[in-house]
Design a protein around this ligand. Structure first.
Ligand SMILES: [Zn+2]
Ligand SMILES: [Zn+2]
Length: 364
């Protein structure tokens, strides 16, 4: 079938809305008419080739839509179901069997190659396949072929622009706090970088009962929003004295870095209390590395780890996030700005400039 997709042709180039051809769904896949898709920094990293995905490509990995056709073997979804599509995983490898799909041994195929596991793509243009299964969906399009592996049914009552960010950004921030760090009430946390991931971490830290909750960002507007969402302290962070600023506040039991900036990560490490944990969730420039004092790591029992998609199993964690949203404890709508699909380049530019936190494209 003919679809309209946002195609990236060159590194750091514009998204162009173009006609493409979409195959029918394969085994374990469904055809979805896309209602909305969030714009995540990983999409921008792929466009800019920090993630060297083959171009041309159709990106987008926070898709909301309605199922129009089922592929072979799909039994737990029906035509007409409204769904949210989270990241791709194989469902069979050791990590997937251990309920850690974010660490699927084949996750790199969906992320770095943007194809199905067999290397094929459901999208083609002018008779040639293009990258069209990014995160097992490529949902910056009117329609997508998506894997049902990490797909969840979505209540009709949830606005599309609220649901979309749960697929990646909100899941990453909230999951890192609640699942990976297992944050406890009364413990202190610093959140470095207050984009969608960081602000979701702050909302989750409030749900967990953490105190104090320290938000760090360069932009006053983001720090104001962080306070509205639960931050008890804010630090307008310049890297030079960030560690000292956090230590002045007593140091922290947990730190979450969403910046991917090595100097920020190193500062956060110095501010950890004994047995404190630092989670790194920000995509860094290729080859970036950090320097840590090994004795400081060992003698204080500190932990430093990377976290993908909040350690979450989407089929169980996203319904939990939806429950928090319904209860008013996860006001995702405060992060979101809506854009028509045709405004995709404005959405990306406004995200990069910091004008908006979470752009969500509405396809209809
Ligand atoms: Zn797997
Ligand atoms: Zn993402």
């Amino acid at each position: 079938m003919k679809i309209v997709a946002a195609v990236v042709h060159e590194a750091e180039g514009k998204f162009a809305l173009e006609s493409c051809d979409l195959q029918g769904p394969g085994a374990g896949e469904v055809l979805i008419k896309i209602e909305a898709c969030g714009v995540c920094h990983t999409d921008i990293a792929a466009r800019d080739q920090d993630i060297p995905i083959p171009l041309p490509a159709v990106l987008g990995h926070e898709g909301v839509g309605r199922i129009e056709q089922l592929g072979a073997g799909v039994v737990d979804f029906a035509v007409g179901d409204r769904v949210l599509v989270s990241f791709g995983s194989c469902g069979k490898c050791g990590s997937c069997r251990d309920h850690a799909p974010g660490y699927c041994h084949f996750g790199g195929v969906f992320l770095m190659n943007g194809t199905r596991l067999d290397g094929s793509s459901p999208i083609s243009q002018n008779g040639s396949p293009i990258t069209g299964h990014f995160f097992a969906q490529s949902s910056m399009a009117s329609h997508a072929i998506a894997s049902t592996q990490n797909m969840i049914k979505l209540p009709e009552s949830v606005p599309a622009e609220v649901a979309a960010p749960l697929a990646c950004g909100v899941q990453t921030g909230a999951g890192t706090v609640l699942l990976a760090l297992e944050a406890k009430a009364g413990k202190s946390i610093a959140v470095l970088g207050c984009g969608t991931v960081g602000l979701s971490a702050i909302m989750a830290a409030k749900i967990a009962g953490c105190s104090p909750i320290i938000a760090v960002d360069l932009m006053p507007s983001r720090l104001n929003l962080a306070q509205e969402l639960g931050a008890t302290h804010v630090v307008q962070g310049s890297v030079a004295d960030l560690g000292d600023e956090l230590l002045k506040l007593g140091g922290v039991d947990y730190a979450l870095d969403s910046t991917g900036v090595a100097a920020v990560v190193e500062s956060a490490f110095t501010a950890l209390k004994s047995q404190g944990s630092l989670a790194c969730v920000g995509v860094a420039k290729p080859g970036a590395s950090i320097n840590l004092d090994l004795n400081m790591l060992m003698f204080t029992g500190r932990r430093v780890r990377g976290v993908i998609e909040g350690d979450a199993v989407p089929k169980t964690f996203i319904p939990t996030l939806l429950k928090y949203y319904e209860e008013g404890r996860l006001p995702v709508e405060k992060l979101v700005t809506r854009y028509a699909f045709e405004q995709v380049n404005d959405a990306v530019n406004d995200s990069l400039s910091g004008k908006v936190v979470k752009p969500v494209l509405l396809m209809r």
